[in-house]
Design a protein around this ligand. Structure first.
Ligand code: F6R
Length: 604
């Protein structure tokens, strides 16, 4: 995910910005840039790829004395990772950096273009600086123009803006994306989107709250809340532990990524939810012309999200959907017909088997689409169309937020196609959209839930195996739960369709066999329940996950009240992720780097 830094002071501004960006490298990025204002003159540098490229471009640049500067590392979400799309973005005499997504950027952009503004980039960010300069024309001062601009933005953002008319000031705004300002005894001010760049420079920091905006000069930190009321900064000591800061205080990146899901899923949906339609601006509507089947192809966790998608696409889009494991597909001489849309799913966009199947589909003349988390990855470059999942970099080898955002994209895609094919009414689509809007609150990890799972985990450390069972779309979720557990705990776990147990696997049932049962209230509850009862009657140890209390279970994890099975799906997903995490922690394993596994499998 993107990173922001800012600096006001007399030290080597360029180096402070570059060092700060380096501290944010772990968050992932595909381009970077800085803008510095010294003696009324701007210097701006941008580069695609790693920070060394930006260092190379800035090697002859040095500030002499006092300057202000802003810097950014960009993870592409709107527009390709090119130099033009890299931040900071320039208006006529101002620069801006931004994290998050401006939901109403298209409307603002159209208005600005009508009034004669020329846009250089494809980003949503560029509207901020042009809107600010437009407001400057009618405002008493730059702060008034900035405050007005902030009030016109919808979405999630952390923003820093500098302008020639205020050469000692950095304007800031925060809503939904993190941002802090740090101070030391040397009359300097540091900004960043997370603690790490400030460690070693500042002793205390103020974390801005949602809705905060204002300005900072060498002498003043002026903060206003969302109602425009001035407030005091609340400084707290800055922890000096970098690794802990990178993990935002969590024990593992995987844990941080589980907790992050609520935010990244909001990002996935941002700007894509209309009143009664899904807006995928990146998709050409003709993509689906002449298409009678969708073929989904992926590996591992991405395959599980593909399998989840197959239920949604057939149920809501009424389109025939088939599923392929990439490593199988590539060698089995498959029949490929041109009325099939070939969809690959990949967090990294680099998995060798999946990439190869995409090449096969292209060679066979099929239309192709990739659901991916990394812009400019091999798959994104190759496919005809791309939907980015916007999960930000995933560092934990065991995939969590990538899966969550993939399934979110597929839920939206099934509604997008349903509209094209008229398979759901506008009212039905609107009611799904209102469910999607509820999603982020359902994947928020509560202390109570985490504590309960932590406590329960001690009973699931041994035994001769785990069965994760579910029906319908809860079957791929069961597969994913089992994969998570085996990857990081090294315990044997299998996912099974609940109704299949009696066709063989139930022979394994005894008290040392652990069954993790997914019992959604809103999808085949009675059927799934009777499958679990069959196992309970054979004395298997059962942990039921449901919103309905289940008295035949040895353990019960209650999810919160949900009004639709897809909300239950995502609630249970979080429970399964936490359960794997806590079992593995108790077993003393390295959760982020499990044995024998790599994050990106670029070999066959
Ligand atoms: C499991 C996991 C893997 C990946 C698989 C495909 O937690 O991460 O199973 O899902 O290697 O990787 P991508 O999605 O990058 O193609």
């Amino acid at each position: 995910m993107c990173g922001i830094v800012g600096y006001i002071g007399k030290k080597n501004t360029k180096q402070i910005l570059l060092d700060g960006l380096k501290e944010l490298e772990y968050r992932g990025y595909d381009s970077a840039g800085i803008a510095v204002l010294e003696d009324g003159e701007f210097s701006n540098f941008k580069a695609v790829g790693k920070l060394v490229n930006l260092e190379e471009k800035t090697k002859d640049f040095k500030t002499k004395s006092f300057a202000i500067g802003i810097g950014h590392t960009r993870w592409a979400t709107h527009g390709k990772p090119t130099e033009i799309n890299a931040h900071p973005h320039l208006g006529e005499s101002s620069y801006v950096v931004h994290n998050g997504i401006i939901e109403n950027y298209a409307t603002l952009k159209k208005e600005l273009q009508t009034s004669g503004v020329t846009f250089l980039s494809q980003t949503d960010t560029e509207v901020i600086v042009h809107q600010f300069e437009k407001n400057q024309k009618n405002a008493k001062n730059s702060f008034e123009a900035f405050a007005k601009t902030v009030s016109q933005l919808h979405g999630a953002y952390a923003i820093l803006l500098i302008t020639k008319t205020e050469p000692e000031t950095i304007f800031f705004a925060k809503h939904g994306s993190p941002m802090l300002v740090g101070i030391n005894g040397e009359n300097e001010k540091y900004f960043a989107s997370s603690d790490t760049p400030l460690i070693g420079h500042c002793q205390s920091v103020n974390y801005f709250e949602d809705g905060d905006y204002g300005y900072v000069t060498p002498k003043e930190i002026a903060i206003f809340d969302k109602n425009g009321v001035k407030k005091e900064a609340k400084f707290s000591p800055l922890s000096q532990n970098k690794l802990l800061a990178q993990k935002d205080g969590f024990r593992f990146f995987m844990e941080k990524e589980i907790y992050e899901q609520s935010v990244v899923m909001s990002d996935t949906m941002m700007g894509r939810l209309g009143e009664s339609e899904i807006l995928f601006d990146e998709l050409d509507k003709n993509l689906f012309d002449g298409i009678n089947e969708i073929k989904l192809c992926a590996c591992g966790t991405s395959y599980h999200s593909a399998m989840s998608a197959s239920y949604l696409l057939e149920r809501y889009s009424k389109i025939r959907t088939s599923l392929e494991i990439a490593s199988e597909f590539r060698y089995r001489e498959p029949i490929m017909s041109k009325d099939t849309l070939f969809v690959v799913i990949s967090q990294s966009g680099e998995t060798a088997d999946t990439l190869e199947t995409l090449k096969m589909a292209k060679t066979a003349g099929l239309k192709t689409l990739v659901i991916c988390n990394v812009d400019n990855s091999s798959m994104v470059r190759l496919a005809d169309a791309t939907i980015l999942t916007r999960a930000g970099i995933e560092k934990g080898v065991a995939s969590t937020k990538a899966f969550a955002t993939q399934v979110t994209v597929f839920w939206m895609l099934s509604l997008f196609i349903a509209k094209l094919k008229n398979s759901l009414s506008a009212d039905e689509i609107a009611s799904h959209i209102s469910l999607l809007r509820e999603l982020p609150s359902h994947v928020k990890v509560t202390d109570d839930m985490h504590e309960r799972i932590k406590r329960l985990s001690k009973r699931y450390l041994h035994g001769h195996g785990f069965f994760f069972i579910g029906r319908d779309i809860f079957y791929p979720l069961a597969l994913e739960g089992a994969l998570k557990l085996k990857e990081i705990s090294y315990l044997h776990a299998e996912g099974y369709p609940a109704g299949e147990m009696k066709h063989g696997p139930i022979a394994l049932a005894d008290p040392e066999l652990f069954t993790i049962a997914l019992l959604p209230k809103h999808l085949h509850y009675e059927k799934s329940k009777s499958n679990v009862e069959e196992l309970s009657a054979r004395d298997s140890t059962i942990c039921a996950i449901s919103q309905i209390e289940f008295d035949k279970a040895d353990d019960f994890i209650e999810i919160s009240e949900c009004r639709h099975y897809m909300l239950e799906f995502f609630e249970m997903m979080v429970v399964l992720q936490l359960l794997s995490l806590e079992i593995s922690v108790r077993l003393g394993n390295d959760v982020d780097m499990p044995r024998n596994l790599a994050k990106s499998v670029t070999v066959e």
